[in-house]
Design a protein around this ligand. Structure first.
Ligand code: UDP
Length: 235
């Protein structure tokens, strides 16, 4: 069910198995394992320990991760996009009456995201929210608020590595079951950023679309060849 890449166990099965796997945990950190996030883990002991702990599931959210697995003959069938998984979790939460807490993005984006999610998922319980601009080392009030609300899922959209650092530091003391860093998903739900067309997603070219829309992202693409090279030469 998992492929071994650079010390990480990356989930390599389909969606049904993934949900079965998630449901087996009382508390789980779902990590969108794209090369940038996984490289961050290789550079930071605290993150690496969390990413490789029993309470983490790394999903292959990036064509670079899929290529690395193929190069190592550790075949991951296909990429699982974090945003697709988040949407499915939202649908399940709505159906099962489980609440979610949304943490991250700018206040205005967060409010638009909530408004649109309420339209799309009228019965979804969004028990609380907070923007993503606060001091990671000084956020006791936020932690207390989340603990009082006891959401089933906490989605953290603060970009990498900030969102993974927040989850790594606080998940043990937080009353929630699912913790997931979701990058720019709130921006997409808010309608501020568009996802790539389906054909580009299917060809594994979502990164190209994002760079064409936000050229400053080009620097971050370097993490893809770096990760693949590390996987090949260090394994
Ligand atoms: N963000 C945040 N706090 C910060 C920095 C960024 O909440 O200190 C938000 C930012 O407003 C955006 C999201 O994090 O909504 C980051 O999205 P990005 O597109 O960088 O993430 P990616 O999808 O590339 O991982």
């Amino acid at each position: 069910m998992f492929s071994s890449i650079l010390g990480y166990k990356v989930f390599n099965k389909g969606e049904e198995e993934l949900f079965r796997c998630i449901n087996n945990y009382d508390k789980v950190h779902i990590i969108s394992g794209n090369p940038e996030v996984l490289n961050n883990g290789l550079k930071n002991k605290e993150l690496f320990k969390n990413f490789t702990s029993e309470n983490s599931i790394i999903i292959p959210d990036g064509i670079g991760t899929v290529i690395a697995s193929k190069a190592l003959k550790q075949g991951i069938e296909k990429k699982i996009a974090g945003i697709d998984l988040m949407e499915k979790l939202l649908i399940n939460c709505e159906r099962e009456g489980k609440s979610v807490y949304l943490l991250g993005a700018r206040e205005e984006v967060l409010q638009k995201c909530i408004k649109n999610l309420k339209i799309k998922h009228p019965r979804l319980i969004i028990s609380g929210s907070h923007n993503g601009f606060f001091d990671l080392n000084n956020c006791d009030e936020l932690i207390t608020e989340i603990n009082n609300l006891k959401p089933y899922a906490l989605f953290v959209a603060m970009g990498a590595p900030r969102q993974e650092l927040f989850i790594t530091r606080y998940m043990n003391g937080l009353n929630a079951n699912i913790f997931m860093g979701v990058g720019g998903c709130f921006d997409v739900f808010a309608g501020e950023v568009k996802r790539a067309p389906k054909w580009m997603i299917n060809l594994g070219l979502e990164w190209l679309y994002r760079v064409s829309k936000e050229p400053y992202r080009i620097k971050r693409l370097g993490s893809i060849p770096v990760f693949i090279a590390k996987a090949i030469f260090k394994s």
